[in-house]
Design a protein around this ligand. Structure first.
Ligand code: NAD
Length: 495
């Protein structure tokens, strides 16, 4: 398990400049471009990655297409693909510490979380879809005797996966593992500020036996690499996690190119609804604080709007503030840090702007709101609680993606539902109540992809994650994710 000495042994390891991974080997950008990678721990340049262009994307897609068509993976028996993916899971686990430390240096997530939610979770995801794939059956249709109607689940072809910087390994493997398990080839574009661990996973995949050309990684900017992948005529599906603004662009790119299917996992402004009859308000405050502040709030499902029943609002916010102020914010590679760095200077500046805007709109700052540890050169921010946030306020409506909680009181269940549903998003929600009937009513009435009851966070790979409304249209995780990466094909056979 994790110990500080083994983390420290890796924390300053040199990271050489990184090329793309195409056709089973490293490939520099065709035009030689490089992008600096700045570590949020200390603001220093950690290494460089290839600054890809459309030509690099063309090369990767062409390689992926050849690999798909010649059947080296797409027509391999599922039980054989399973063995490879299980080996990959084992290799990721064997390299979990190295991956976690590298990821933390790249994106600033606290090491405890990076180890479990990034490295170990990625290992589990490859194993899960590896284990599943030789248990997926087609169907025989209930036709007349003279006909045999068969329904096949066929791999789709070349999958373009575009992922963000907040949990690159976890989210990247949610796309890549089911796509590969189903027999597709993949071209993955990581967030430009969090590419290092996914490049390493591509190498480990090769070592595990994923044939050359089946899993490719092209790094670089969204507006070049991402756009080229999304506009590409030979990419069959886009699997995306990121912001709504980028999601909208992808739909346009699809319309302008080959009508590729787009699965979008987008942002949220998730309500965490605390009723006065919650079974344990102390526990609710503790879990709610973690539900917004871990990973500096850079979690898509973060419970960023606290809706709390008026009778208990003051006491609850006081308790939550106590928890917020007790978190240790600091170097994400220190095991004692419970909250690491904000991902970048740009993200930190945006967070601080949200605090100013909230105050200008009449909210009251109850805790935090400031940059801290600036002397380290890193980007750290205090957990922040803003009370008295109104439905029309920016902080109520816009996703921050930072450690800022908006608090809004409510009177009764109907008002709680109205406020919970009062944004364009529908990703996650929490409900705290001891009343079983109320819990079920709230599950039915809140429009979000997941509703937590008397807890917040933690759904594992066995259940789907996907947004409603403007939080997206696809699902990662669970066996349902396999449906995205297969086509239903019918055979209609005259006997
Ligand atoms: P982003 O949309 O800026 O970037 C996501 C990815 O898209 C990156 O790889 C980026 O390079 C690429 N991209 C940017 N512009 C592009 C373009 N024009 N064409 C193609 N690709 C482009 O998002 P981000 O800042 O990296 O991530 C934060 C967002 O992701 C938040 O909104 C967060 O809620 C969301 N998110 C959602 C989930 C989920 O499961 N629903 C999970 C994690 C993060």
């Amino acid at each position: 398990m994790l110990n500080q000495a083994s983390i420290d042994a890796l924390r300053h390891a040199a990271v050489p400049p990184q090329s793309h991974f195409i056709g089973g080997k490293r490939a520099p950008a065709l035009d030689g471009g490089l992008l600096d990678v700045v570590s949020p721990i200390d603001g220093r340049v950690l290494t460089q990655i290839a600054d890809g262009s459309a030509a690099d994307v063309d090369a990767a897609v062409a390689t992926a297409r050849v690999a798909f068509e010649d059947g080296r993976w797409s027509r391999m028996a599922p039980a054989e693909r399973k063995k490879v993916l299980m080996r990959l899971g084992d290799l990721i686990e064997a390299h979990a510490l190295e991956l976690a430390v590298l990821g933390v240096r790249d994106n600033g997530t606290e090491i405890n979380m990076a180890f479990k939610a990034e490295a170990l979770s990625a290992a589990g995801t490859f194993r899960y879809y590896g284990e599943a794939i030789d248990k997926v059956y087609g169907q025989i249709a209930p036709t007349a005797d003279s006909i045999l109607g068969l329904v096949h689940h066929a791999p789709v072809g070349v999958v373009g996966a575009i992922v963000p910087w907040n949990f690159p390994l976890m989210i990247g493997s949610w796309k890549v593992a089911p796509a590969l398990a189903a027999g597709n080839s993949v071209v993955l574009k990581p967030g430009e500020t969090a590419s290092l661990t996914l490049l390493r996973i591509a190498e480990l995949a090769s070592e595990a036996g994923v044939p050359d050309g089946v899993f490719n990684v092209v790094t670089g900017r969204g507006a070049t690499v991402g756009e080229a992948l999304a506009l590409h005529m030979d990419v069959d599906i886009l699997a995306f996690t990121g912001s709504g603004a980028t999601g909208r662009r992808l739909l346009e790119y699809s319309a302008r190119s080959n009508l590729k299917r787009c699965y979008l996992e987008l942002g949220g402004k998730s309500p965490n609804v605390v009723f006065a009859d919650a079974p344990d308000l102390g526990q609710a405050a503790k879990v709610s604080a973690a539900g917004i502040f871990r990973n500096s709030g850079q979690v898509c499902v973060a419970g960023s709007r606290l809706l709390v029943q008026e009778d208990v609002a003051e006491a609850f916010v006081a308790e939550l503030t106590r928890h917020a102020e007790a978190f240790t914010v600091g170097d994400p590679l220190d095991l004692g840090s419970q909250i690491g760095a904000v991902h970048s200077e740009a993200q930190l500046a945006a967070n601080l702007d949200f605090v100013k805007t909230a105050e200008a709109e009449g909210a009251e700052r109850r805790s935090g709101g400031e940059r801290i540890l600036a002397e380290t050169g890193g980007t750290y921010m205090q957990p922040t609680i803003m009370a008295g946030v109104k439905e029309t306020d920016t902080l109520f409506q816009k996703e921050v993606f930072g450690p800022i909680l908006a608090v809004t009181p409510f009177k009764d269940e109907d008002e709680a539902v109205r406020l919970a549903n009062g944004t364009a998003f529908g990703l996650a929600a929490g409900v705290w109540t001891a009343n079983l009937s109320r819990a079920h009513r709230m599950i039915g009435r809140i429009r979000s992809g997941v509703v937590h009851v008397n807890t917040y966070g933690g759904p594992d790979l066995t259940v789907p994650l996907g947004g409603l409304k403007q939080s997206g249209n696809g699902h990662d995780k669970s066996l349902h994710a396999l449906e995205k990466y297969t086509d239903l094909k019918t055979a209609w056979i005259q006997l």
